[in-house]
Design a protein around this ligand. Structure first.
Ligand code: PGA
Length: 240
């Protein structure tokens, strides 16, 4: 696992956007795995800028998002569908039917999860997977557990995730459950890029980079991936 440390948020976002740009230019019909949260926002802004400048097109790109809350209406301002529309999809030329996000309002979550994994498989698999990391080391919504998770499934969010994400739910209650790609599913991506910024992520990054490879820190599994890179600012890297 490679680690890169950047002096500014802008430099980090530029580097991450370079990885996306290279992937799209090399393979215009590539499959991108996307993440939500504060960490990828500057990268999405940079990708929108590059699209607007005519440097890249998403016309043939397919995307799969990592996760979605259960029980939130799709158009709720806090759904990850809304996040992706606001930060990326509404600004670029990706066809609507190339976008995949788990349906957090599915009648049968198991069927939804199975269908989601089948779609990823049918697409040929994810070429470039973007990740954030929770303060508890989660990737997607794979919370610390006794065993690594496998494929897409419904998870009960941990107290620390609920505490961290409640900041967005100013006038409604944060859902307790989410659908998320599993760790084994994430590990199938050909390349993985994890972005972490700020001192709140420093311990999780230390555990990821040098703790035991353990489902107690799900991101630590990235050390077993042949092409994973952590993109950090100085604060997130401060305990390394
Ligand atoms: P953040 O979330 O980017 O908003 O810090 C990351 C995560 O919880 O995976």
């Amino acid at each position: 696992m490679e680690i890169k440390i950047f002096e500014t948020e802008e430099a980090l976002a530029n580097y991450a956007a370079d990885l996306f740009e290279e992937t799209i230019l090399r393979k215009p019909d590539c499959v991108l795995g996307l993440a939500t949260g504060a960490s990828p926002e500057p990268t999405y802004a940079e990708l929108v800028r590059r699209y607007t400048q005519g440097r890249i097109s998403f016309a043939q790109v397919t995307t799969f998002n990592l996760d979605e809350y259960c029980g939130l209406p799709r158009d709720d301002k806090n759904s990850y569908y809304s996040f992706m529309q606001a930060h990326l999809f509404s600004h670029i030329d990706i066809p609507a039917d190339h976008i995949h996000i788990e349906n957090g309002n599915a009648e049968d979550y198991e069927e939804e999860a199975k269908a989601y994994d089948a779609q990823i498989l049918a697409s040929g698999g994810i070429d470039l997977q973007l990740l954030g990391i929770g303060t508890n080391g989660h990737i997607g919504f794979n919370e610390p557990a006794d065993a690594f998770t496998e494929h897409t499934f419904r998870i009960k969010l941990s107290d620390s995730t609920i505490a961290a994400n409640s900041r967005y739910f100013t006038d409604s209650k944060i859902p307790e459950y989410a659908l998320t790609m599993g760790v084994a599913g994430i590990m199938m991506a050909k390349k993985i890029v994890l972005i972490a910024t700020g001192s709140k992520k420093a311990q999780a990054i230390k555990d990821t980079a040098s703790g035991p490879i353990s489902p107690r820190c799900p991101a630590s599994v990235l050390r077993l991936h042949r092409d994973a890179v952590l993109l950090l600012d100085r604060e997130a890297a401060s305990l390394l």
